[in-house]
Design a protein around this ligand. Sequence first.
Ligand code: GDP
Ligand code: MN
Length: 352
Amino acid sequence: MNLLEYEAKKILRASDISVPHSTLLGKGNSLQNVSLPSVIKSQVPIGGRGKLGGVKIVKTVDELERVSDSLLAHEIKGFLPKTLLAEEVLDIDKEFYLSLMINRSQRYIELAAHIDGGVDIESHGSKEFFRTQVTPNSFDAAGESLAELYGLPEKTFVLQDLVDKLYRCFVSNDATLLEINPLILTTQGELIAGDCKMILDDAAAFRHPEWNFEEKPASSNFVSLDKRGTVATIANGAGLAMATVDAVTSTGHSPANFLDIGGNATTEQVVASFKKIMEFPAVDAIVINIFGGIVRCDTVAQAIIEAKSQLPNLPRLIIRLSGNRSDEAATLLKEHNLPLYRNLTECIEALS
Ligand code: GDP
Ligand code: MN
């Protein structure tokens, strides 16, 4: 589950990590509580908002009204915000990058850091990042490394404390990613989380009755595999979903995810799955591999068509629907210029 910035920052605040003072704005909210000047930030579940006009500084009441109206109507990569976050304007001295994530191949929690944080982070090669495993025994060492990397020896203790808090926040909230970018050093010498992206493990929802976020889980069976993966997958049944991932891998493509959509391939479910897939920046094709047993292929086809019309910027769809009512499904898809492939082998051929 991908949290919005304000939801993630609420969790940071509860973990005693410094975040800017803020007010949440929704449709029809009074703007009177917003102190000026303020940074107004569109609450959409993707990064890169700064470069896409989703982060604006306002100085006057007039500007605040104009900007909040326009941001609420401004779609970013297919997402329209329901809320805006109005934050105090910080005097930025430096912007750093800091994140914790699960390193699945090594099976540990990994800290990644970069001295140049902010909106251009995507342009750094992944090799340039400082990376290290973190455990409760290594907070001090990790904090020291960060102080050296950031060139802030006088902040060693603060950074050790920050790693400690971030780690505990990560574990206790069942996060799979906690990214602070930028970690802002203010001209007053404070370190504050300027932005936060947090992904929580849907499979842990059962032990978090407090989870009540804007984005509902797309499915409890969505597993992120590779943030830079180029092919996304949707299938029904864990076995078929795994076979689909394997088939993609076998041709040299990198699968972004595993998704077992189960028997409820409704339009809502398909839209939620597509949205989740669109969080993977490198995906250029989605392989949909459904075997209609109980679920009807024509129902799934209809759901795909409707989901596609709601999300015009979808990557290429490579669809295989076979079994119960697949002929009707083929007719429906054809009417919408969506080719239907007969089997997984054909789907994989279509990828290359
Ligand atoms: P993102 O583009 O979606 O990652 O959004 P961010 O929240 O990271 O904001 C993008 C950029 O806006 C940051 O890297 C900062 O340079 C700038 N920004 C955000 N908050 C402030 C602030 O309080 N003051 C100033 N001067 N710039 C800010
Ligand atoms: Mn950011």
